[in-house]
Every structure is written in structure tokens, then in C-alpha cells.
Design a protein around this ligand. Structure first.
Ligand code: 4AD
Ligand code: MG
Length: 478
């Protein structure tokens, strides 16, 4: 195709020269002013049409959503609201857009729920193009953060035969005929005849494989899709989400917390530095959304204030046991306001408890450590007291748990015993135990839920709005 100048580029290009731009019409006013957007930036380029020179038929076809090509002089703008504008000498319609049927009518401010149903077109809105530019920046920033610190990016498998979290909420992968599967002597499905010769599923976490790599490359991370068939219809759960899982040899729980805190602060700052226009737009969007809420539910801080606040404050670090004390004596617990009242030590924390600690009690991000072993995974390092493990959860305002991780159990005997206690199939996991047999070292790692981070940074409220094509119970559209 003919060379075009991207709209982001044109805002810093020399004026009084001729350029060709291509993009989608956002709005068209007075048969003269086109606001043109090509997704490279939040800002629209004003393209000015000469009514005398332009064919009436072309003017008729310049409608919101249509794609066009325009060539003309870039001049300093005469009007307010933009620095430069393009005086079009020629305009060509690349693709028409019927205003009668086009579902994105900007005038009516389509709701987020409606846009989710037309996720194939929602990229065309300011909000979603901003969200997906920020999502990209975060992904890039993650690779940069780890690369700059000597970590190697490991691709963990997507199809696995192991259940990393012992959670049992997995999607099965099979090529067997589900109407007529082969059976063994006992009448059970014979997975030996399946594609891989065994029962397989989509991965719930790349951690176990990352551990194998860390025990040779020292510092590694994964960044890939993970899948959970849990039936959670919440604003913070997806059935398919992306996870970042660093794993570090010669590291303990304190090192792990330091890495997690540094990484989150780095990434928030990275977005503030690289996406100021998108964040400014999302901040404005959030303010407007909050106007419809009762005063008490509105947040005290704007989006950028909230982001800066997280960068500037040291995260509060405390043990699960200390947190239980705070929660037990908290006003909502005493007044019966928690859906799951805290009766004592051992209770699993729900999102309402996490959010109370972060939003009401400490008013800043919190890292909770040393959870009871019963409520955490088999691979976490057992504490000296024999009751707790070296787990850590990072809790964020409005989100709850954003990171889950731990120092790992590196002692062969202790790990074996924990696996047996928790009914982890030891035979199938000999490869994992091998790392503890041969040159084992203390090591630690965590998983950051990528969409929860995007949710926090964009100020959106539903996780389905920060991944292009969300998968959740009952829905796998597009
Ligand atoms: O706490 P989780 O389950 O931890 C693990 O999977 C460990 N293997 C990680 C590790 O130590 N390497 O999940 C980690 C994070 C959570 O803190 C949350 O942010 C996110 O993944 N997450 C989800 N995000 C969206 N939808 C879901 N259904 C999620 N489940 C977990
Ligand atoms: Mg967790």
C-alpha cells in the first residue's frame, strides 16, 4: 500500500509538508472536520475537508466508523483543541460504515456490558483502545524489568500431565471420542489410548516447570496463558488468564517480597511514564463512572493519585496470624458485616477480608505471609513451628490478591512428606522431586495475575474488560 504516516508520528512531524494518513473516522462535523484515529495514540488528527474540491458522494460516505485515506498539507492548527491539522487535498473511502447498523454509536455512550457483547468491535472505542495499549505497555515492561535484572524467559508447557496447584479445577485435553471412549478392564476410560498416552489438561500454572529451570539458570520467569475451570462468576476471575511467574534460586521469602514489591512499583511507574494520555483518559472515564455512584462508594483518590500512592508507600508486611487478630477485632467482624465471619486462626481469607485490610485498615498495599499450611499448596516451605508455611499474598486496593507465591520446600524429605499428606501423586512427580535430590537450593517465586494488574492500572472494575476476548463460565465467544 501507499506509504502512510501514523497519527502518533504526525503530531511531532514537521509542518507545511504533504502527508498521507489512514484511519477510522471517529466523528465528522459540519461536513468539514474529520476526527481521525488509527489506534497509534489516544489523540485524533483533525482532517479538514475542502467542500468545494471534494465530491459530494465522498462527503456522504464519511461517517463514524468508516475508514479513509487522506493526503494533504500538515499545518499548524487554526482552531482550538489541537496543535496541527491536515488540510486534505484528496480523500478516499477505504471501507464504508453504515451509520444505521454500526453498533458503536459514540453519542449514546455504549455501556461496558453492551461492548462486552460486541468485543470484536470494542477496540474501536477510546476506552478499549487505551486499555489495550496499556496492556501492551505492561507486557513489554514486564519483559524489560526481568531482562534488565538478568532473568531468563522460560516457556512453560500449556498442555501438562500434572496439576501444579493440587486444585483439581482443570480443563481436560483429549482426542478421545467422548461418545465412545476406549475403556480398560475396570470400565474406566483408558487414557493410554489418548493422544499423549496419558490423562492431560491445560496448565493452571507454569511454576513447577519454572522451578526446574531456576535450579539451573538461577533467575527465570514465565509469562503465559493459564486455565482454571473454577466456576467463579466474579469481576476478578477468568477461566483463561495470563500469569507472570518468576522463580529465583538462592532466595528466601524476604527476597521474594522485595522482588514482588519492586516489580509492581516498576510496572506502575512504567505505565505512568509511557502511557500518560491513555491514563489521563482512563482517569476521566473513571471519574464519570463514579459520578453515578453514591458518595460513600466513590474512591477518595483519582486514578493517578492511586497509582502514585502505590509507588510511594512501602507495602505493609505482616503475618497471617497478625492479620487474623486485626480482622477478628475489626468493626465489620464484630457487627456481623462480613459474609464470612472470622472466628479464629486457620480461616481462609476471603476477598472481603483482604480488601478490609488494604482499603480500611492499612490504606495501602499489604503483603501477608506465613499462612496455615492447610490452606496453601504442597510445595511451600514449612516453617519451624510446623503449622505455617512461607507463603506470601500481595493484596491491592480494589483488587484483593494480585500476587500469590512462596519460598519453596527445598528439603527432599519434608517435601515428600507434605506431598503424601496432601495426596499429591508422588510417582508421577518424580521429576519434581529430582530437583531436591540433586543439588537442591533454597528458592522462591510467585505468580502475578496479569489481568488483575491491568485492572488495577487502568482503573477498570471488571476483569472481562481488560483482556481482549474473555473466557468465563458460559462464554467463549470470538
Ligand atoms: O495464587 P495462585 O493460584 O498461585 C499460583 O498459581 C502459583 N503457582 C504462583 C507461583 O507461586 N508461581 O495464582 C497467582 C495469581 C493470583 O494471585 C491472581 O492474581 C491470579 O494469579 N489468578 C487469577 N487471575 C484471574 N482469574 C483467575 N481465575 C485467577 N486465579 C488466580
Ligand atoms: Mg493464591
Amino acid at each position: 500500500m501507499e506509504k502512510r504516516t501514523g497519527i502518533k508520528e504526525i503530531f511531532s512531524a514537521p509542518v507545511n509538508q504533504t502527508y498521507t494518513v489512514m484511519g477510522w473516522v471517529r466523528t465528522f462535523r459540519n461536513n468539514m472536520f474529520i476526527a481521525l484515529n488509527d489506534g497509534s495514540t489516544m489523540d485524533n488528527l483533525q482532517v479538514v475537508i475542502d467542500g468545494e474540491k471534494t465530491d459530494a458522494d465522498i462527503i456522504r460516505r464519511i461517517t463514524s466508523g468508516a475508514s479513509i485515506k487522506a493526503t494533504g498539507q500538515l499545518i499548524e492548527s487554526q482552531g482550538k483543541g489541537q496543535t496541527v491539522e491536515l488540510l486534505a487535498e484528496t480523500v478516499e473511502i477505504l471501507g464504508e460504515c453504515d451509520p444505521e447498523t454500526y453498533p458503536i454509536q459514540l453519542k449514546n455512550r455504549p455501556s461496558l456490558e453492551y461492548l462486552r457483547e460486541i468485543a470484536h468491535l470494542r477496540f474501536r472505542t477510546n476506552a478499549f483502545s487505551a486499555i489495550f495499549r496499556v496492556r501492551h505497555a505492561l507486557a513489554y515492561g514486564i519483559h524489560k524489568f526481568f531482562n534488565d535484572r538478568g532473568f531468563y524467559y522460560i516457556h512453560s508447557p500449556i498442555i501438562t500431565g500434572s496439576d501444579a496447584e493440587g486444585a483439581g479445577d482443570m480443563f481436560q485435553v483429549t482426542t478421545l471420542d467422548i461418545k465412545n471412549p476406549p475403556l480398560d478392564e475396570n470400565g474406566n476410560i483408558n487414557y493410554k489410548e489418548d493422544f499423549f498416552g496419558k490423562h492431560t489438561n491445560l496448565t493452571v500454572s507454569g511454576q513447577l516447570e519454572a522451578e526446574l529451570a531456576a535450579l539451573a539458570l538461577s533467575k527465570v520467569y514465565t509469562f503465559g496463558p493459564t486455565f482454571r475451570a473454577e466456576n467463579s462468576n466474579t469481576t476478578r476471575h477468568l477461566a483463561e488468564f495470563w500469569m507472570i511467574e518468576p522463580e529465583v534460586a538462592f532466595a528466601d521469602l524476604d527476597d521474594n517480597m522485595d522482588l514482588a514489591e519492586d516489580m509492581l512499583k516498576y510496572l506502575i511507574k512504567y505505565v505512568l511514564d509511557t502511557c500518560p494520555e491513555d491514563i489521563a483518559y482512563l482517569e476521566k472515564r473513571l471519574l464519570e463512572e463514579e459520578k453515578n455512584k453514591p458518595q460513600a462508594e466513590r474512591s477518595e483518590m483519582s486514578l493517578t493519585q492511586k497509582l502514585h500512592f502505590c509507588i510511594e508507600q512501602p507495602f505493609e508486611r505482616l503475618t497471617y496470624t497478625e492479620a487474623i487478630d486485626i480482622l477478628k477485632n475489626s468493626t465489620p467482624n464484630k457487627k456481623g458485616k462480613f459474609q464470612f465471619p472470622i472466628e479464629g486462626w486457620g480461616a481462609d481469607l476471603q476477598s472481603e477480608h483482604e480488601r478490609y485490610l488494604v482499603e480500611k485498615h492499612f490504606k495501602k498495599p499489604v503483603i501477608l505471609t506465613n499462612y496455615p499450611k492447610e490452606i496453601k499448596a504442597f510445595y511451600m516451605r514449612l516453617d519451624e513451628d510446623g503449622r505455617t508455611v512461607r507463603a506470601m499474598d500481595v493484596l491491592f486496593p480494589g483488587i484483593g490478591e494480585i500476587i500469590g507465591g512462596s519460598q519453596r520446600e527445598e528439603r527432599y524429605d519434608v517435601l515428600l512428606q507434605r506431598m503424601q499428606e496432601m495426596n499429591i501423586p508422588v510417582d508421577e512427580m518424580s521429576w519434581f522431586l529430582d530437583t531436591r535430590k540433586y543439588g537442591s537450593v533454597p528458592h522462591a517465586g510467585y505468580g502475578l495475575g496479569f489481568e488483575r494488574l491491568v485492572l488495577f492500572v487502568t482503573g477498570m472494575t471488571n476483569i472481562r474488560d481488560v483482556i481482549p476476548f474473555p473466557r468465563f463460565p458460559g462464554s467463549a465467544e470470538f
